[in-house]
Design a protein around this ligand. Structure first.
Ligand code: 9GP
Length: 831
């Protein structure tokens, strides 16, 4: 990097950076050094938090040498093209174990802690996970940076260092109550701040024309205010390959000049308020998943991190004599959803206004520097920004967008003469209901490639959401099916299964997940099946212990463990799952079934609702209310249990998923872009009950129909029903089982007799049911009955579960990243 720096002339300046040796003694020394000189406490008086921070810093010191070496190699080798991964979210999960695994220090650290009289597990518990994401999209970004480092892909990831991550969820009287997530309050040992490398980011003001020295007219932006973007670097270690990549997260800091102006006017209080205002930009993660609210601060956040990142890349990551005309050979910015799309006019602005390029040249460069991943099919999730807001906050960018659109629309009129409807549909600027900028259109117009995140999703993108664009530029569209990192989601989270696999086929699978295929034959090996079942039983005991100590929830033993964990969203249909539970309950209490004949089942939910999403919050309330009733009704006779531990997060996922027998992936077909939880469950030996949606389609193809519980309408059937006019009430009238379930809820049975408490939930199901839960109910119940029958044959169930593990190696995020590299990025890999 070329930042402001002082290079000492000493011979030491170019010496290698050496990490402490990989021995228990050296680790103990380094740990005590951190404790004594970093935390300033002797071991005898140290708190668990001191110990955790010292341990994290010790591991960090081992990573540091690799980090510097990775950066050095990238500087001195013939500089290669890089990926700049731009994402507003990274849902990282705890860092300690992953860092230990990457550096092969787990055993050494454990022994070193024993030598110090410390139980390393207590320190693990101390770590607060950085929840800088909402759900799938943010967790995907975290898996991807793990894989980029593991493949040695030349890359840097950029985002925001939110002071408050995704809220902490608690339940009060069965309702969700949000608490702020002060994840940094106990100290953040993983970030390295470089205050001297901060970059300014400006907002507001006006644009004017002036005549440059060459006599040409140019535009000049005079911003009204700005903030500094303070750079925090986080290490992203590759799996045991010596590579450590960088995740660079920006924090907003008020500029002195900004404050001084007000301060000089004599208003100290206002100056402080203004400072807080500026620093608000990186204060909090917006808690909406999939359906973002168009809030001004959100646009500020987006521009803030993208502008800082692009400037950082050009000024600090490229050599000093770098020519911006070479940018396409040096960088490809991957836009993770529409959140960073404002980077497109920002790069244009830099090329036009700061580097004096002509429009055509600037546009030709910009068009080669971006690629766009779309993660949704919900129209309401495609961001649009009112032109009025853009003009106020980013006037120069708005001008540039107008010009991009003008050229684009002219091209359209040439290609499709007279087809004004099409032009309107495709325009980057929408006129209704409000004049606004369609960020997905801007992204598509300016990107080398546009990809969906699962095979079905990419097809639907082409056929529906971006159909006009795919007709115009078919070659621009591609698919990269999502993946998950096997390091965190098998090796670390499921040590018992990992050991069984390694004992059977060797250790190579962790970095080459296709090798799981070698397990296929073992599905027919009774001894292996037995061991596989023992792993599951072990993981169930583990989650039982976790939930008792975490939440005071005592899961019953010997049940089928049925898990639905994901954000609470109507399209994901937690309400359908609830109807199933109520049906099972109704069968038990009505005497329709003899309890002893029923497969005992525990359903575990995990789900946060966006704080402003009323229906999602009603659903949470009802799940908790049903759980309370069911779990306390003696007529159930221990055959059904419902648990809803609050604050589902990555840390809990790591314990819960490996214990699951059944994975619930029941979104309405055509709504879940991919899902990634579905992949984690299959890889951990759970069977899926699911619709033909997102990556479920590919999971089913790989594991085989006979090892997957498919139900529900297909996407074309959904479209047909909706076109015909969907009336949920008809299903209610027609299906007595469904009617009984809904009536039971509506009667107030689960809500202490209150019908009012459930009226909006019931009313919505009967008269609206946007995601067709009632239409899929009968098929779902039938599939669930098949699940119960299948679970009765434990040996065959294990066989199916083993085949799920063996055949889903495709869903490694290493494979996803290789696909990105081959189809889109064309960057170098290797250590
Ligand atoms: O809803 C999708 C989810 O299906 C997908 O797995 C994830 C990662 O690609 O992205 C989610 N999308 C969003 O959160 C917002 O578009």
């Amino acid at each position: 990097e070329t930042g402001p720096r002082h290079t000492p002339t000493s011979t030491l300046a170019n010496g290698p950076v050496i990490s402490p040796p990989h021995t228990v003694d050296a680790f103990v020394k380094a740990f005590l050094h951190e404790l004594n000189f970093g935390q300033g406490v002797p071991l005898s008086r140290s708190s668990v938090n001191d110990q955790y921070l010292a341990l994290a810093r010790t591991v960090r010191s081992y990573l540091m040498a690799r980090w510097l070496e990775t950066a050095r190699r990238r500087r001195t080798d013939k500089p290669a093209k890089m990926v700049g991964y731009l994402s507003a979210e990274y849902l990282l999960g705890r860092q300690l174990d992953n860092a230990l695994l990457a550096t092969e220090l787990t055993d050494i650290a454990t022994e070193a802690m024993v030598a110090c009289g410390i139980e390393i597990d207590d320190l693990r518990q101390q770590e607060v996970e950085p929840g800088l994401g909402n759900g799938g999209l943010g967790r995907l970004a975290a898996c991807f940076i793990d894989s980029m480092a593991t493949l040695g892909a030349s890359s840097i990831a950029y985002g925001i260092r939110y002071e408050y991550g995704i809220f902490q969820q608690t339940f009060v009287d069965n309702r969700q109550v949000e608490k702020p997530d002060a994840w940094l309050s106990m100290g953040g040992p993983w970030g390295v701040v470089h205050p001297e490398m901060e970059v300014p980011v400006n907002f507001g003001g006006h644009v004017e024309t002036y005549v440059g020295e060459d006599g040409r007219e140019r535009r000049r932006w005079t911003p009204a205010w700005g903030v500094m973007a303070l750079r925090y670097n986080y290490m992203v270690p590759g799996y045991q390959n010596g590579v450590v990549n960088t995740l660079r997260l920006w924090r907003a800091r008020a500029t002195e000049s900004f404050d001084l102006h007000i301060f000089n006017a004599g208003d100290y209080a206002e100056a402080v308020r203004a400072q807080t205002f500026a620093e608000n930009i990186s204060k909090v993660l917006y808690p909406e998943d999939s359906t973002p609210q168009g809030k001004e601060l959100r646009l500020q956040q987006q521009y803030f991190f993208v502008a800082a990142s692009i400037k950082d890349f050009i000024q600090h990551t490229m050599p000093k004599d770098f020519d911006v005309r070479d940018l396409p050979e040096r960088i490809i910015f991957q836009l993770n959803d529409t959140h960073p799309v404002i980077g497109i006019p920002e790069l244009m602005r830099i090329l036009l206004d700061e580097h004096d390029l002509e429009w055509e040249e600037a546009w030709a460069i910009t068009k080669q520097c971006f690629a766009y991943t779309c993660h949704t099919l919900l129209p309401e999730a495609l961001e649009v920004w009112p032109v009025s807001l853009m003009e106020r906050l980013l006037p120069r960018h708005m001008e540039i967008i107008y010009r991009i659109n003008e050229d684009f629309v002219a091209e359209l009129r040439e290609t499709y003469p007279g087809d004004e409807l099409r032009v309107r549909r495709m325009s980057i600027i929408a006129d209704h209901p409000e004049r606004s900028v369609r960020m997905a259109h801007l992204a598509t117009v300016a990107s080398v490639k546009v990809n969906g995140v699962a095979a079905l999703h990419s097809e639907l993108l082409k056929e529906k959401v971006l159909n006009d664009f795919s007709e115009l530029w078919p070659e621009r569209f591609t698919n990269v099916t999502n993946g998950v990192t096997p390091r965190r989601f098998i090796k670390l989270s499921n040590p018992e299964q990992s050991k069984l696999i390694s004992d059977t086929i060797g250790k190579g699978w962790v970095a080459n997940l296709d090798r799981l295929e070698e397990l296929v034959g073992y599905a027919d090996d009774a001894d292996f099946r037995e061991k596989f079942r023992a792993v599951k039983a072990h993981n169930k005991t583990r989650i039982r212990n976790v939930l008792v100590s975490r939440d005071g929830i005592a899961l019953p033993e010997g049940h089928l463990l049925d898990v639905m964990v994901k954000r609470l969203h109507e399209y994901k249909r937690q309400s359908l799952k609830l109807l199933h539970i109520v049906t099972l309950y109704d069968r038990l209490i009505s005497g329709e079934v003899e309890p002893s004949t029923v497969t005992p089942r525990t359903v575990v939910f995990g789900a946060k609702a966006a704080p402003g999403y009323a229906m999602a919050k009603e659903t949470i309330f009802l799940i908790n209310s049903v759980a309370q009733t069911v779990n306390n009704d003696p007529r159930v006779d221990g055959r059904l249990f419902v648990a809803f531990p609050p604050n589902y997060n990555v840390t809990l996922a790591e314990k819960l998923i490996p214990a699951a027998d059944l994975s619930e992936q029941i979104s309405l077909a055509g709504k879940e872009a991919s899902g990634t939880g579905n992949m984690k469950f299959a890889l951990n030996g759970a069977l899926t009950i699911g619709t033909d949606d997102g990556a479920n389609v590919e999971i089913r193809q790989l594991v085989g129909d006979e090892n997957f519980f498919l139900f529900g309408m297909t996407e074309p059937e959904v479209a047909e029903l909706q076109a015909k006019g969907y009336r949920p009430g008809e299903y209610y009238e027609r299906d007595p089982q469904l009617r009984r379930a809904i009536d039971l809820i509506a009667s107030g049975h689960f809500t202490k007799g209150s019908r009012d408490a459930v009226s909006s939930f019931v009313g919505d199901l009967l008269y609206n049911d946007r995601f067709l839960a009632l239409a899929d109910y009968a098929a779902y119940i039938e599939a669930q009955d098949k699940v119960e029958a299948a679970y009765g044959d434990q040996d065959n169930w294990s066989r199916m579960a083993i085949l799920n593990v063996a055949r889903t190696g495709f869903f490694s995020s290493d494979r996803s990243i290789r696909d990105y590299i081959d189809r889109i990025w064309h960057v170098k890999t290797g250590v």
